[in-house]
Design a protein around this ligand. Structure first.
Ligand SMILES: [Zn+2]
Length: 234
């Protein structure tokens, strides 16, 4: 019903060398993507999440082949600092806060900037103590006009980052950035259906397909472009 009432039309995009593009990977770490890897990891194989990882790997390979910039967030928390409302997850230095096995090769690629963050919104998580912002500097230094965003969760960390990036762009803080693009098949969220949530005290229901859709809808409503296909021109 919601999908009929809140449709999200998706475009197709062709990226070419003429318009400088950057790929943003949001939290494609074991603690959110690898079965059994902690409190917020899937407990069983999950099609949406594994599909997101596969699409992200393909894009990362293509960007690296072209030597285009990649910015990868890694959720990473100090063991003594909780992140309510979530249970402990992605503790710094553990496997949970590492890129999934199929993306670990990115750690050695010269075009990749890794950013550990200890909050939901990666834009805020890119702030340094001196007030500078590593993400803003990355956009400027690489003269990026388009960012393509993928990762997890569509309606949480992806959405918050996209909203902040759009606000920052609109305030003139992110030159020369023009477009924030969310690739739907490159995003995923977790599944906590109502019948499970009902038995967990204080838990909010979070049906995966619907919340993924709502994440895309919210991103689009804030001014992001949502695409269902990404290809590469000459
Ligand atoms: Zn976190």
């Amino acid at each position: 019903m919601l999908k009929n009432e809140l449709p999200v039309e998706q475009e197709k995009i062709v990226l070419s060398g003429e318009v400088k593009s950057g790929l943003v990977l949001v939290d494609i770490v074991n603690g959110f993507c690898t079965v059994g890897s902690g409190n917020l990891a899937p407990q069983a194989p999950d099609k949406q999440i594994s599909g997101m990882v596969d699409e992200s790997v393909k894009l990362a390979r293509e960007f690296c082949k072209k030597n285009w910039p990649i910015y990868a967030f890694l959720d990473s928390h100090h063991p003594d600092i909780p992140e309510p409302p979530y249970p402990p997850h992605c503790i710094a230095g553990t496997d949970e806060s590492k890129l999934v096995p199929s993306l670990q090769w990115l750690e050695n690629e010269p075009n990749v900037t890794l950013r550990h963050k200890d909050c939901i919104d990666g834009f805020l998580g890119s702030l340094e103590k001196d007030g500078s912002n590593v993400f803003v500097d990355w956009v400027k230094a690489n003269e990026i006009k388009v960012i393509l965003v993928v990762g997890i969760c569509t309606d949480v960390c992806v959405l918050d980052f996209v909203c902040s990036a759009l606000s920052a762009r609109n305030r003139g803080l992110l030159p020369p950035l023009e477009d924030v693009i969310v690739y739907s098949h490159g995003c995923a969220t977790f599944d906590l259906p109502i019948h499970v949530a009902r038995n967990i005290k204080g838990a909010l229901a979070h049906p995966q397909d619907l919340m993924h859709h709502i994440g895309l809808y919210m991103a689009k409503s804030r001014g992001a472009k949502v695409v269902s296909e990404v290809s590469f021109g000459i």
